[in-house]
Design a protein around this ligand. Structure first.
Ligand code: GLA
Length: 395
């Protein structure tokens, strides 16, 4: 099977530190890492104050960082030819474009939030597949944020981490132009190995939920459709705008605030049919997260598989953020023995996840690859996802 290796964090950090020293002629102050993620369930509900259940991946982004004695910020990446160089005071939504928006944009957003940051050199390496819906953007933002925080010599308690989540969200929304909802940055900065994170996006409280499908001889297979996926091209923002319009019409701040008993009436009262379907997804998806957590805690993976499928159907039909490649991945995986499958992340391409008996992983991966070949599509990327650690300093 074509697997994407996360690599060994210590080795990757050492390698990046020596490249940094070779390029900049001095040692990095430190190397910082933040993970990609899969969201097990709870999709397109974060910006509605809902519940999500993401899990950090061992695939992570690395940032080597050192202060400069002038006020210049430079960022470079082992994966990209172009980089960025600009003065601290000039950083802003209009002066940073392309991938550096997610790196230099964070330095801008942290300064906006009152952080005293020096000029700095930042060098990036990443093992999170890019554009695969596995949150390479948040991994980049959060690795840079940790590095910048270290240069300001601030210790990372939960409150500081929450502030960094907000700065990263601001960079993504205002500099990169993707008005995303905080799920990805929160799991990157608060995730822990061997657990999924139940995240309540109304008050941003979190609870670790054991995630150990291997104990039931199951694996989580990630299928990267390699279909184009961008959260800054309008589809994501328009879904979010529909939700905000509906909340205003219903007289609540967030769709989560509509009590269960009032939801049927609220749906019936919405004038626009499309908006009604969007809201129905949000209401039902939040309930599915609660169900999924109970199913996980009871070890009932068969039921969890069915919940995954219901989530996918809702995202496909009501929220309309799936695509043919995702639907084929889900249907084929289930046809080949998966207990359940669904798209994960923002959609419009990106990745699907499937809950698969360990001894059927190769068969399911093979079936999906064959289904793609039959349609003349490029082969999907496949990986089995084990829970990884959250963002941290490596050296
Ligand atoms: C993207 C966004 C998140 C979230 C998901 C959908 O990953 O970055 O904030 O909205 O889509 O659940």
């Amino acid at each position: 099977m074509d697997t994407l290796e996360p690599g060994d964090p210590t080795t990757l950090a050492e390698d990046l530190a020596s490249r940094f020293a070779a390029e900049h002629g001095r040692q990095a102050t430190g190397v910082f890492t933040a993970p990609g993620r899969v969201n097990l369930i709870g999709e397109h509900v974060d910006y509605n104050g809902g519940l999500c259940l993401p899990m950090a991946l061992p695939h992570a982004t690395y940032a080597a960082v050192a202060p400069r004695d002038d006020d210049t910020v430079t960022v470079s990446s082992r994966q990209e030819d172009d980089g960025f160089s600009g003065r601290l005071g000039d950083l802003g939504p209009d002066t940073i474009t392309g991938w550096p928006s997610y790196a230099a944009g964070v330095v801008w957003a942290m300064r906006e939030a009152g952080w005293q940051l020096p000029g700095m050199d930042v060098m990036i390496d990443s093992r999170v597949p890019l554009g695969a819906g596995l949150s390479s953007s948040a991994a980049l933002e959060c690795a840079v944020a940790l590095g910048a925080a270290a240069l300001a010599e601030v210790d990372l308690d939960d409150e500081v981490r929450s502030g960094l989540v907000r700065a990263c969200m601001r960079a993504e929304s205002e500099v990169a132009g993707a008005p995303t909802g905080g799920l990805d940055q929160t799991i990157a900065l608060f995730g822990q190995a061997e657990a999924a994170l139940l995240l309540d996006c109304r008050d941003w409280s979190t609870r670790q939920v054991p995630w150990d499908p291997a104990s039931a001889d199951l694996a989580l297979l990630v299928v990267d459709t390699r279909a184009s996926h961008s959260l800054s091209d309008g589809g994501y923002a328009s879904r979010r705008a529909d939700c905000e319009r509906a909340a205003a019409e219903l007289g609540v701040e967030l769709l989560r605030d509509v009590p269960a008993a009032d939801q049927a009436g609220a749906l019936a009262g919405l004038a626009d049919e499309q908006v009604r379907r969007r809201v129905r997804h949000v209401f039902t998806e939040i309930d599915r997260v609660t169900e999924a957590v109970a199913q996980l805690e009871a070890g009932d993976f068969e039921a969890l598989g069915r919940t995954f499928l219901a989530s996918h159907a809702s995202l496909r039909d009501d929220y309309e953020v799936s695509c043919e490649e995702l639907d084929v991945s889900v249907d084929t995986a289930v046809g080949a023995g998966a207990l359940g499958a669904r798209m994960t992340g923002g959609g419009f391409g990106g990745s699907a996840i499937a809950l698969v008996p360990t001894d059927a992983v190769d068969a399911v991966g093979g079936a999906v690859t064959a289904a793609y070949a039959e349609r003349g599509w490029p082969a999907p990327g496949l990986l089995t996802a084990t829970p990884g650690a959250g963002a941290r300093r490596l050296r």
